[in-house]
Write a protein that binds this ligand. Structure first.
Ligand code: NAP
Length: 252
């Protein structure tokens, strides 16, 4: 797999996402929170999806205080959402928004790390539900709204362990391989029939709660903060990446 990087000197223009409606999953914390704030700063109306209402409300307040377009909050637990709830969500968004211009699949669970021969089935299934099945269901039901955009972008969050397998990373690694596969299949299906582009983005080591849990021996501040990697998130979401689809990116 060839890994691409965004141009090193990339500087998004101030109105890059003006008038765009962008949904971010896992928008209450970590990289998703930063992406939601950045997208709003560059003009987007951001739809904040996550499982913890208080975190989403804090991001909502931050966007409003910074003078951004009024966001929307979608409180939803992707580990237990039914197919019907995805359908209902898509209908509700269709009533409220003319179209959807961007979808950042960012929410994920780390799950347990350890050998496959002792992996717990319940945790395995939960990781797959959030990291893989929710991506499918959200995309599946939001595609009609994305088709209405003059150039929508779907960005799926990958990982280094989703590109080359690594022992003891279990369901998480497998879910990120599935994410790469989903991106490739969907990108090919949409390439000649729509203006939607689909790519993966690996943030690489970033100082968040998930990173601190995965690597307790690291000094957290040695890793870049989510704010430090937003150039790649903006590049792939905005028109500067128009025409690029089916590709795997690293944030740095
Ligand atoms: P994080 O700080 O743990 O944030 C994950 C977000 O996903 C949180 O907002 C969390 O909600 C949400 N989420 C988890 N389970 C959910 C569920 N069942 N329903 C809805 N939302 C749910 O992780 P992060 O480091 O920012 O990770 C963001 C993405 O980058 C993930 O896809 C991760 O795999 C990927 N990644 C991260 C790194 C890194 O070094 N940080 C490296 C490679 C890839 P709550 O806040 O309510 O828990």
């Amino acid at each position: 797999m060839q890994i691409l990087h965004i141009p090193q000197d990339y500087r998004p223009r101030a109105n890059l996402l003006q008038g765009r409606n962008i949904l971010v999953t896992g928008a209450g914390d970590g990289i998703g929170r930063s992406a939601a704030l950045s997208y709003a700063r560059y003009g987007a109306t951001v739809l904040l999806l996550g499982r913890t209402g208080s975190k989403l409300e804090a991001v909502y307040d931050e966007i409003e205080q910074a003078g951004g377009a009024k966001p929307a909050i979608i409180e939803m637990d992707l580990a237990s959402a039914s197919e019907d709830s995805y359908r209902t969500l898509a209908d509700a968004l269709g009533n409220e928004f003319e179209r959807l211009d961007g979808l950042l699949h960012n929410a994920a669970l780390l799950g347990d790390r350890g050998p496959i021969d002792s992996a717990g089935y319940d945790t395995w299934r939960q990781v797959m539900e959030v990291n893989v099945n929710a991506q499918f269901a959200l995309t599946r039901y939001l595609l009609p709204l994305l088709q209405l955009s003059p150039g929508a972008s779907i960005v799926l969050t990958s990982s280094t362990v989703g590109r080359v397998g690594r022992a003891y990373w279990g369901a998480y690694a497998v879910s990120k391989f599935a994410t790469e596969g989903f991106m490739q299949v969907l990108a090919q299906e949409l390439e000649n029939t729509s203006r939607i582009r689909v790519n993966t983005l690996n943030p690489k080591a970033t100082n968040t709660a998930m990173r601190r849990l995965a690597y307790p021996a690291e000094t957290p501040s040695d890793n870049p903060s989510p704010e430090d990697i937003m150039g790649a998130y903006l590049f792939l979401m905005g028109d500067d990446s128009a025409g690029i689809t089916g590709r795997a990116f690293d944030a740095r």
